[in-house]
Design a protein around this ligand. Structure first.
Ligand SMILES: Cc1cc2nc3c(=O)[nH]c(=O)nc-3n(C[C@H](O)[C@H](O)[C@H](O)COP(=O)(O)O)c2cc1C
Ligand code: SF4
Ligand code: SF4
Length: 274
């Protein structure tokens, strides 16, 4: 097929998905000698716009795994704001060394419903947003080397075959329920209402967290207040230059401890589907 441009579209609260989509997209664009553009789909304002693609576009679409699927508050935007119009897509999910369960299947299904031909898919094991004890340091040099190998195989497929001949099969069931987070006692950890706290002695009132919150939930007037919905994405916790944001919800902390006890090792392998 003739490729006119490669576009990387990512929702990425703590940066893993962004890094991988940009690596795959820019590398693929240089292999097939065309322009590369990026769409940061993370901020709420970016998700209020519609993005229309066309034949000749190859769109690398990335999302993290949340509770075994796509983040439920973001899924409607992936469903409604991306218009494939016969363009090609590559589905990329990241996950924090527990499991990507059904997220890649859900992303592939969503992209097909959006009007894309899916040329390939990948799931990358990365640092868990909740703790560096799971997948800390990933994506690593080795992960990027695997992403480059994937780019090369994609370039061969895109230049050789007709999109109607592709049949990419990924594990998982898009209709499956969300993973239920457990605590160290093995019981469901209920932290849906938890919100980050702020150490006001460390906070310099710089406002960075306000801009980072993909839900626009942190008050600009009082940065310690979170009047909106919190999806526990950790953008504010990891992005605060003073380390002033933290969660103290006991159920949340118990879940993080359970993950650390059970999923820190072995390190999971990345998976590629063409
Ligand atoms: C609310 C939430 C739920 C998560 N659920 C899972 C999960 O079910 N399985 C898993 O392995 N990682 C899970 N993770 C970890 C993320 O998928 C992982 O850290 C991802 O790479 C973050 O992407 P980002 O850096 O682009 O935001 C979860 C993270 C968050 C914040
Ligand atoms: S990013 Fe950190 S230091 Fe800046 S306003 Fe937010 S909590 Fe305060
Ligand atoms: S307040 Fe919640 S949703 Fe907003 S950045 Fe922080 S963790 Fe994410």
């Amino acid at each position: 097929m003739k490729i006119n441009r490669v576009i990387g579209v990512f929702w990425s609260a703590t940066g893993n998905t962004r890094q991988l989509v940009l690596n795959i997209g820019s590398g693929l664009a240089s292999r097939v000698a065309c322009d590369f553009q990026e769409v940061d789909f993370t901020p709420k304002a970016a998700r209020e716009q519609t993005y229309s693609f066309q034949e000749g576009d190859v769109v690398i679409v990335g999302s993290p795994t949340y509770a075994g699927k796509l983040p439920n508050k973001i899924l409607p935007d992936f469903q409604e704001k991306l218009k494939g119009n016969g363009a090609v897509a590559v589905a990329v999910v990241t996950y924090g060394n527990r499991s990507f369960d059904n997220s890649l299947a859900e992303l592939k299904q969503t992209l097909e419903a959006d009007g894309f031909f899916v040329a390939g898919a990948a799931a990358f094991a990365c640092r868990h947003a909740f703790t560096d004890m799971l997948g800390g340091g990933r994506p690593s040099k080795e992960d990027f080397a695997e992403a480059e190998d994937f780019q090369q195989k994609l370039a061969v497929r895109l230049q050789g075959e007709n999109p109607s001949e592709w049949s990419v099969s990924v594990p998982g069931n898009p209709e499956a329920p969300y993973y239920v987070p457990l605590g160290t006692d093995g019981q469901p950890a209920k932290f849906l209402k938890a919100k980050p706290l702020t150490d006001m002695e460390a906070c310099t009132n710089c406002g960075i967290c306000v801009g980072l919150c993909p839900m626009q939930s942190i008050s600009a007037e009082h940065v310690s207040q979170v009047p909106g919905i919190c999806i526990k994405c950790q953008a504010c916790v990891r992005g605060c230059p003073e380390g002033a944001k933290y969660f103290d919800d006991p159920a949340f902390l118990s879940h993080v401890e359970m993950l650390t006890l059970n999923y820190a090792s072995p390190l999971k392998e990345n998976r590629f589907f063409l």
